[in-house]
Design a binder for this molecule. Structure first.
Ligand code: G3H
Ligand code: 13P
Ligand code: NA
Ligand code: ZN
Length: 328
């Protein structure tokens, strides 16, 4: 059945677990997530970016969610808009059956330029009012995502904000978080604590200097009932990098967010954990493996099935690590 983000994260908070939010663009990713959830009895957050919506099309995406809800009747599913850039994106998602939206007012509508605080408060509050009228939940974001190592704007995947930002701008200010939640009434708050989107987060295993876990702990201390969201939470597992590169790939060595750091966040109020890169890598490493091992293969299912299975195994592992398993 469909569930809102608020319903799901309230249950997660009461029971002390976190929920991975996996990005989807197609049927294979949707089935991979649901097979994993079914296997371990976990509730699901699936999220679509603006790019996913234009790739699959809103009608295809919304009918796919209908199908997954019908195919897995015992699993609660929250369908969430990832990084909504304005009111139109968020409200049209709700029209297409999404039960939750992220209004990312930390950036301007171009999704590149850092926005000022008053802009963020005003646009987020407008989306919260409209979404709550029709029973949908809203995630807001305070602070600009980007690793403390590279700074925003230097991400190799082009997701970073433009221009060099200071250390302070890259971390959410706890005082501002208290004010932001009171003024916007968001259901969940994404915070910046040193992670960035994509595969190239860190050039060494991150420690306390480049991952500001103390920011999470302080915000949770000040706002104990607010559900926190960690973006850029792929771990970029070494085994997946190795398989990718052993199969003809050329991916420079990189480090993601260690799972044990995410688990520490979950002990301090993190309830939604965004993961896209790990799923992409799990799938495309299999594409490469099949392409290299079977050079005459041209049935797409021979590529897609192992890719789907690899993503399913990754999702299942995260459900187990975050304590989501057993909570459907
Ligand atoms: O926030 C970024 C997510 O990984 C989605 O990426 O915009 O390429 O679909 P995308
Ligand atoms: P990753 O690139 O670390 O998977 O982060 C995804 C994300 O934050 C989507 O909003
Ligand atoms: Na999101
Ligand atoms: Zn994100």
């Amino acid at each position: 059945a469909r569930i809102t983000l608020r319903q799901l994260l309230d249950h997660a908070a009461e029971n002390g677990y976190g929920v991975p939010a996996f990005n989807i663009n197609n049927m294979e990713q949707g089935i991979a997530i649901m097979e994993a959830a079914q296997a371990v009895d976990a509730p699901v957050i699936m999220q679509a970016s603006r790019g996913a919506r234009s790739y699959a099309g809103d009608i295809m995406l919304s009918r796919m969610i209908d199908a997954l809800v019908e195919m897995y009747p015992s699993i609660p599913i929250c369908m969430h808009q990832d990084h909504g850039n304005n009111e139109a994106t968020c409200l049209s998602a709700i029209q297409h059956g999404f039960t939750s939206v992220m209004m990312d007012g930390s950036l301007k509508e171009d999704a590149k330029t850092p926005a000022d605080y008053d802009y963020n408060v005003a646009i987020t509050r407008r989306v919260v009012d409209a979404a709550h009228w029709v029973g949908a939940s809203v995630e807001g974001e305070l602070g600009v995502l980007g690793s403390l190592e590279h700074g925003a704007g230097e991400q190799e995947d082009g997701h970073g904000a433009e221009g060099a930002l200071s250390h302070d701008q890259l971390l959410t200010d706890p005082d501002q978080a208290v004010d932001f939640v009171a003024r916007t009434k968001v259901d969940a708050l994404a915070i910046a604590m040193g992670t960035s989107h994509g595969a190239y987060k860190f050039s060494r295993k991150p420690d306390g200097d480049i991952l500001a876990m103390n920011v999470i702990e302080e915000i949770h201390r000040r706002l104990p009932s607010v559900h926190l969201v960690m973006h850029g939470s792929s771990s970029v597992p070494q085994a997946l990098q190795d398989l990718f590169n052993a199969s003809g790939g050329e991916m420079p060595q990189t480090w993601g967010v260690p799972v044990e750091e995410i688990v520490r966040g979950i002990r301090h109020g993190v309830r939604k954990v965004n993961i896209d890169t790990d799923c992409r890598l799990a799938m495309t490493a299999q594409f490469r493996k099949v392409a290299q091992a079977s050079k005459s293969e041209f049935d797409p299912r021979k590529f897609l099935k192992p890719a789907m299975d690899a993503m399913r195994d990754l999702c299942r592992e995260r459900f187990e690590q975050f304590g989501t398993a057993g909570n459907a």
